[in-house]
Structure formats: C-alpha cells, structure tokens
Design a binder for this molecule. Structure first.
Ligand SMILES: Cc1cc2nc3c(=O)[nH]c(=O)nc-3n(C[C@H](O)[C@H](O)[C@H](O)COP(=O)(O)O)c2cc1C
Length: 327
C-alpha cells in the first residue's frame, strides 16, 4: 500500500491512514472534529491546544475543550511550560478519554510564549525534556509532540531540532509532527520541507508527521514523496476545503458546489446542536465564510452572515444558496 492508504502506528495505537487533521486553536473543537470526521478522511484528528494551567485550575472553558463525540483515535493537545502542570494536565486528558496526549512546542503567539509555553520550549531543551518526561511518566497513553523548525533562523541553521529529536526518543515520545517554519517566521514565508526530510533521515524510532502548506491535493503527495514522512498533517487547507482528505484518499472524488453548501449546512447544524446559541453563532460567523468562498452567490451569503444574528435565517439562506446552484 502506498500513501495515503498506509496505516501508521503511534506506540500501540494504529492510525488507519497517513492523513492527520492539524490542531487549530478555536477551530478544531468538538463540533469541528465531529464535522470533519463525518465528511471523512483523516486517520487522526487533533484537538485545539488546551492550556495545562487552565485545565488544572478546572477552568470551565478548558474542561469544555476536552469534550468529544466519542471519536477515536482522539488526540488532545496541551500547551504549557511547567512539567508538573503538564503531567497533571495529561492525566486529566487521559481520564477524559484521550487516546494520546500531544505537547505543543510550536505556538508562536506571544501570550503563549511569554509564559514559557509553545515554541518558547524550543529555546530551553532541558525544560522541554522535563516537560515530556513528566508527561510520559504521568500517563499510559502515548505522548507525542508538535514542534516548529526552531525559534529563529539561527537556531534552525544550527539544526538544533535534531537534538530535540534525540531527546524525544530518549524520553519515550511516540510521534513528532513538524511544522518547518521558525517561531520568528510566524506564518510568513514557506514551510521548509527539507527540515521534515532531515528529520525522517535521522531515523527516529517514532514516526515523523510532516506539516505545513499542504493546500492542494497534489501538495500532500508531494510532501510524502519529497520527505518520506509517515503521515501528512493538514491545517488551513481543510478550512478552505474540508473535503481535502477525501480527495487525497481518492483523487477521482469530485466535490460539487451543492456538496459544499450541504457541508456548510451540516456544520452549522452541528454547531447549533453542540454549543450554546451565542457561541454557535460566533463560530458560524467565524468559520462559515471560509466554506462558501468561490461558490456562486456565496459573497451575498457572506454579507448576510456578518449582519444576521438569527441562525435559523442563516440556515434558510444556505438552503436558498443551494437551490440557486441546482436551478
Ligand atoms: C488559526 C490557527 C490556529 C492554530 N492553532 C494551533 C494549535 O492549537 N496547536 C498547534 O500545535 N498548532 C496550531 N496551529 C498551527 C497548525 O496546526 C499548523 O501547524 C500550521 O497552520 C501549518 O499547517 P498548514 O499550512 O497545513 O495550515 C494553528 C494555526 C492556525 C492558522
């Protein structure tokens, strides 16, 4: 079997194919994960990052982020920079049903890095080691990491990420996702897939998951070929096109405009089913506009989307948009 139909393993966990939905803060929450699984495709879907500090304080929002619709395998991602809090957070995730717990070593946002979390851990390999060690010790489920290529260009040039790879191996990390931009780059420039290839060449005992700039179906095949990664992780590409995983699995799979409107309708309904009305409306407004980009009549819908505060009206508008396509 060849990419993307190759299962891969994360410790004892078997993932059915080599496609992963990336963690996206305020996006890959319970409704989005339910939606993307219904559409089908990714073998693994990762939660948005959950602050370990908020979790151990039992902050309501952090606890809600752990909710799942019975999905498996379910990966929960933690952010934090304190080993004890991360260990306790990992334990809470395991208790809540996580099949694996991931540590965020990539977030570039200053409100995260100033607390020593996210990509700030890339500046302190000893602290990063204490964090993964504490997590691995705290839970039975696999602990995984998602990282950037380094804090800045000079750290990337010194290839310090390779020291991290070895450190992860020595401490029982069971898979690593690499988004090969530096923290300094934010989302600018391009993801340097050569870093993913170097990580694969390092021959770690755990699988390397490649990530970054997979927007079109062909990009996924190209990343697999050029880097040899065990799996391809897609983030923003799935927001422009939630069918992207299906299309990578079957390049003959045709997505019609009607299917896109139906998917948007379904997503809105899941949001209304799982969230409180105000929150559902906020998410509908935030995400709904992405899914309808490029659809004939879509711009009129998006204008109403921002002005309208009645979800039922928005559902009716989408039905009308659908009929417009069929007519
Ligand atoms: C809106 C947004 C939210 C993100 N939230 C997270 C997060 O919670 N945890 C994480 O590890 N990465 C997060 N990322 C990074 C993505 O997981 C991914 O590494 C990055 O977008 C590159 O992949 P892509 O080009 O396929 O989008 C986020 C990215 C975006 C754009």
């Amino acid at each position: 079997m060849t990419f993307p139909n190759t299962p891969f393993t994360i410790g004892p966990l078997q993932v059915s194919n080599s496609l992963v939905m990336a963690p996206l803060h305020e996006i890959t929450d319970q409704p989005f994960r339910k939606f993307i699984r219904e559409i089908g495709g990714p073998g693994l879907v990762v939660s948005e990052m959950i602050s370990s500090e908020a979790l151990i304080r039992h902050a309501r929002k952090a606890e809600q982020m752990m909710a799942s619709s019975g999905e498996h395998p379910y990966a929960m991602q933690l952010s934090g920079g304190n080993p004890q809090s991360l260990a306790e957070g990992a334990r809470l995730c395991e208790e809540a049903g996580a099949d694996l717990v991931d540590l965020n070593m990539g977030c570039p946002a200053s409100n995260v890095t100033k607390g020593g979390a996210g990509s700030a851990l890339l500046r302190d390999i000893r602290l990063a080691e204490a964090c993964v060690k504490a997590m691995v010790k705290a839970v039975q489920v696999p602990v995984t990491v998602k990282m950037r290529a380094g804090w800045d260009a000079s750290q990337k040039e010194r290839a310090e990420f390779l020291d991290f790879l070895r450190m992860f191996e020595a401490n029982g990390v069971q898979s690593l996702a690499i988004h090969p931009r530096t923290r300094a780059q934010g989302y600018e420039g391009h993801a340097d897939w050569a870093i993913i290839a170097r990580a694969v060449d390092a021959g770690t005992s755990y699988p390397i998951i490649g990530n970054g700039d997979v927007v079109q179906v062909q990009d996924a095949f190209r990343m697999s070929e050029e880097t040899g990664c065990a799996a391809v992780m897609i983030g923003r590409g799935a927001l422009y096109n939630p069918f992207i995983f299906r299309q990578v699995l079957d390049p003959e799979f045709i997505v019609t405009t009607e299917m896109r409107v139906d998917a948007t309708l379904r997503f809105f309904r899941i949001l209304l089913e799982l969230l409180e009305p105000r929150e559902a409306l906020h998410k509908i407004k935030k995400i709904g506009s992405w899914f309808t980009k490029g659809i004939p009549g879509g711009s009129g819908f998006r204008q109403n989307l921002h002005a309208c505060n009645d979800p039922e009206q928005l559902l009716a508008d989408l039905e009308a948009l659908k009929h417009q396509q069929v007519a």
